[in-house]
Every structure is written in C-alpha cells, then in structure tokens.
Design a protein around this ligand. Sequence first.
Ligand SMILES: Nc1ncnc2c1ncn2[C@@H]1O[C@H](COP(=O)(O)OP(=O)(O)OP(=O)(O)O)[C@@H](O)[C@H]1O
Length: 434
Amino acid sequence: MSSDFSGKNMPADLTIRASNICKSYHIYSKPLDRLKQSLWRGKKCFFKEFHALKNVSLEIRKGETVGIIGSNGSGKSTLLQILCGILNPSSGEIEVHGRVAALLELGAGFNPEFTGRENVLMNAAIMGLTREQIVSCYDQIVEFADIGRFIEQPVKTYSSGMYVRLAFATAVNVSPDILIVDEALSVGDIRFQQKCMSKIKQFCQKGTVIFVSHDTTAVTELCSRVIWIESGKIIMDGLPKLVVEKYIQYMYEGNTGTSCDDPKTCLSSSSYDMKGFNFIEDNIRQFGNRSAVIKGVRIQSEKGSNGSIYSGMPCEIAIIIDVQKDILNPIIGYIVKDRLGREIIGDSTGLIKQDIPGFSNGNNYLVSFKIENWPNIQAGDYSLSIAVADGSLENHIQCHWLHDAVIFTNIPVRTPAGIFSILNTDVKVSRFNT
Ligand SMILES: Nc1ncnc2c1ncn2[C@@H]1O[C@H](COP(=O)(O)OP(=O)(O)OP(=O)(O)O)[C@@H](O)[C@H]1O
C-alpha cells in the first residue's frame, strides 16, 4: 500500500491515479470477539473479512468533472475518503496531485467547540493558505454561507443547514485544485442547493470535481464522466447518460422485492396482466378510513424497462383496490411529485368527469389511467401518490391516500427548459424587412 500526495510521478495531465485499491474491514459478530482477537494475537481468527473496495483502478485528468454513482453500501464514500487521504487503503497505490477540498459527510472537518469563524480560519490554514490568502477569502466564505451572526457561535449550536452552508462555503472558497463533494448538497434549502450547484459549475471551469450522489439527474447534468461502483468494483466508466441509464436499469431490475410476479394470487378475479405491480407495504405514509384499500400500484410505459417512464410514449397508471365497504361514488386520483416534492402532474376520475360505477364490498377492482403521451418532464426520479375517495369532487371522504407509493425514473425525449416542455413543437424562422 502506498499513498503519494505530491503526484510527482504522474503524467502532467493527471490529477488522481488510483491503482488496484482494496479496502477491507474486519467484521466481528459480537464485541467480545474483538477482545478475543486481540488476546489471541492472530493465532485464531474471530472476524470475517469484508471487502469494501476490490481492486479499483482509475485515473482522473485535470479539469474533469467526475460523478460517482452506485447503490447504498457500494463503496463510494470509502473510495472518496481514500482519494482525500482520510482513509488508508488496505492495498494498492494512490497518487494525488493538487490541493484537495473535501465536502464529505456532515460533521467532518469542523471542530464543534470552535466558532464558525475559528473553524473557517483553521480549515484555510490546514489547506495551506497563507495569512494574506486567508484574509482575502474569509469575507467571500462568510458572504456565501450567509449565516449572519452565527459565524461567531460554536458550530455545535448550528442547524444541519447552517453547518453545510459554512462547510460548503469554506470548501469552494479556499482555492482547491480538486473539489470532492459527497451528497452534502441534499442538506439545505432549495435556494442554497441551487447556489451550490452554480458554484460547483463555476468551479468545474477551472478545477477538477468529484461528485458522489444518488441524484442521477444532478450527476448527468454536472459531470463529463460517470463511474458506477457496485459491491466495491467499478462496473462502468464513461459518458454520464450511458452509465446512468445502465445504472437505473440495474437498480429497477435488481429490485424485485416489492413486485409480484404471480399476481393472480394477489387478485381474485381478473385476467389482466399484473406483472410489475408494487404491492403496498406498511412503511408507506398513508391515511384514510380504509373502506377501500389500495393494494397495488403500477406505472409503466408501453415500451421500456421496468421503473423507467418514457416521455412522449403511452403510459399507464394502474391501481388495485380492495373494497371493504360499499363505495357509492368512487373517485380515484394520482399526483406525480419531483424530488423537491413539487406536484408536477396529477389527475383524477373526478377531474376527468368520468363517473365510475359504485364499488361493492368484498371485491377487488382494477383502475387504469391510460395516458396517450406522457409529458416531457425533466430527467430524474419522481414519486407517484395515489388516492381513493368516496363522494363528489367538492365533498368527499378519503378512503385511502398513499404518499409516494411508487418511485420511477423519467426519461425525457429532450431536455425541457423548465419543469416540462411541449413535444411536437414546430419552429419556423422567416426573414422580413421593415
Ligand atoms: N468502518 C467500517 N467498518 C466496517 N464496514 C464498513 C466501514 N465503513 C464502511 N463499511 C462498509 O463498506 C461498504 C461500503 O461503504 P460506503 O460507505 O463506502 O458505501 P457508499 O457507496 O458510500 O454507501 P451510501 O450510498 O449508502 O452512502 C458498506 O457495506 C459499509 O457497511
């Protein structure tokens, strides 16, 4: 194992080179085993070895913006910590050329007892800035963080939002060569997230950025290259769109835990093809008098893989309802929300003005919304909330409302400028003289 943070042996265009990095941890099934291990001094083994990274090799060129994606526990944070020098690899070589500013997890980097100001000064000094450089960047940091008088308070009194504001402001304003950001942007309000994004974009013009996130939209938008890690190994390394698409496919196809492949056992009387339904589990937030209970929900495009919805294509939202009391005037509706919780698309049988015959106790019903052209919304993850009510549009009782019953990924035809764009738009240009 060797680490070289001078990078003097690397080609000039590289800023990071990792060769055959492995990281393993000793996992003890009970605390006593740890003690036994130290007493036996290696003569007997009381742990299992867990390999968090397996022979990871990568090269990052100066000025690249590299996204790292992968499912929970795949090894992303471990890799970042090794790249920053916070963690040593078990074997392999790591070379880094340039000053690294890392925004890893919340809580790292600051001393909770020190004030914001003291932490900023200390961080800048650790980064190797001279007194003059520190003085010149201090005001920028305070202005960017925008936490007012809290800058003079110990950071242990900060909210998580204030903390991340100051941590981010410090990391981007101390003139690093390499900026490493791990998910930290998910904390803080939307305005601050946008401010951070635009600062990272600015930074990308001159520096190297490594950005770890589960937000595939942000990764695709920001990065010039994406590395996908799974079970401690690099699965794919290439253009963001290609890597993200494969990753999304993997995530949904691999995630069959809540789908029912033999749905006939789930619904008593239907010949409808029930493949791909998400059956509702207790951990989904829900309310209602439960006189009709939503048992399963599915959203699917006519074409495409499970979990991905394609704009511009026919799409169906299907709902299985188990009726436990007669419902005289059923109304069924759905709402699609984006990752910020904004309601983007929604409809209901009441709004469509489609009268549904009453549901009778003891039966299951399948309600299907067939949408001819799914709107061209931004690429990314969305949630689908579903509700069944009894009554009229103006006056009804909620039988069952499921918040965020299904998560899906939208694949637009082209990038919309706003939340959505209108497909089949014809553009004509003509010249005229006044
Ligand atoms: N100190 C440790 N001791 C034992 N196992 C660890 C330790 N740190 C990490 N791991 C394990 O290593 C694996 C990789 O963890 P890591 O935090 O790098 O994953 P990740 O891809 O960043 O996950 P997430 O997306 O959930 O943040 C996980 O299975 C984790 O449980």
